[in-house]
Design a binder for this molecule. Structure first.
Ligand SMILES: C[S@@+](CC[C@H](N)C(=O)[O-])C[C@H]1O[C@@H](n2cnc3c(N)ncnc32)[C@H](O)[C@@H]1O
Length: 236
């Protein structure tokens, strides 16, 4: 068994090659500008992955990225040698400063598996957000929207690497399990990896309530990045 974000990190950008990070950042930037009243432009991207949002966010903000995977951070730093990346867990992060914007995008908040851990992560987001600053939390699926039994396939067809990733989703209580299986073909041969990706299923309205408890006024916004609404927290 390998974790997607450790041994398979090098394939992350290939698998999400069609995701339009530039267009997403344009929308997120407009949203931030609509709500932010704090004076500066320091932005923390929590669970920044390979730094693809950071690559576009840095045109508007002084970006710091945080992730718990060294392998993802290594790619993020190669892509953005001008930025600071910090290894850490979103529940316990302590960067010793507050930011004007804290983002947590592409469903990364769902790596919290319990409401207790979700509350810790949202408290940490709040601790890092200035008064008048903004938190942007993007769930990919929620308690309300998750449908078990969903089948998926993604393929990469590059000259030197071929990947087929298939999954079947199931539910174990409050956790969505996406059983990913990868077949990876390179000049070294074909390897198989399985990665049962476990993601917490939370109600959008309970995420909102937890953010409010940590000092945010929260709005739910349709941005059209993924199917879910995005939570915008305005720090009082
Ligand atoms: C779906 S990827 C999203 C990456 C990036 N935000 C993007 O949009 O491409 C989820 C990321 O969350 C990170 N992650 C998972 N659990 C985490 C935790 N407890 N603290 C910090 N990062 C975490 C993973 O390493 C991975 O990079």
């Amino acid at each position: 068994m390998v974790g997607f974000y450790s041994r398979l990190a090098e394939y992350y950008d290939l698998l999400y090659g069609s995701k339009d990070y530039r267009a997403e950042v344009d929308k997120i930037h407009q949203l931030i500008q609509k709500y932010k009243t704090s004076p500066d432009n320091d932005l923390l991207d929590v669970a920044c992955g390979t730094g693809r949002h950071a690559e576009h966010l840095k045109k508007h903000y002084n970006v710091t990225g945080l992730d718990n995977s060294d392998e993802m951070l290594r790619i993020a730093a190669q892509r953005n040698p001008d930025l600071r990346f910090v290894q850490g867990d979103m529940r316990s992060m302590n960067l010793g400063k507050k930011f004007d914007v804290v983002t947590c995008l592409f469903g990364s908040i769902s790596y919290m598996l319990t409401y207790e851990d979700l509350a810790k992560a949202l408290e940490a987001v709040s601790r890092h957000t200035k008064r008048g600053g903004i938190a942007v939390i993007e769930p990919v699926f929620t308690e309300e929207s998750f449908r078990p039994g969903h089948l998926s396939i993604d393929c990469v067809d590059e000259p030197d690497v071929k990947i087929a990733r298939v999954s079947m989703s199931r539910r174990e209580g409050n956790v969505a399990v996406l059983d990913f299986h990868f077949l990876v073909a390179t000049a070294d041969g074909v390897s198989h990896h399985s990665d049962p990706n476990r993601m917490g299923l939370f109600s959008l309205h309970r995420i909102k309530a937890l953010m409010e408890e940590t000092g945010f006024t929260v709005e739910l916004v349709e941005l059209g990045l993924v199917k879910e609404q995005i939570l915008i927290g305005i720090k009082e």
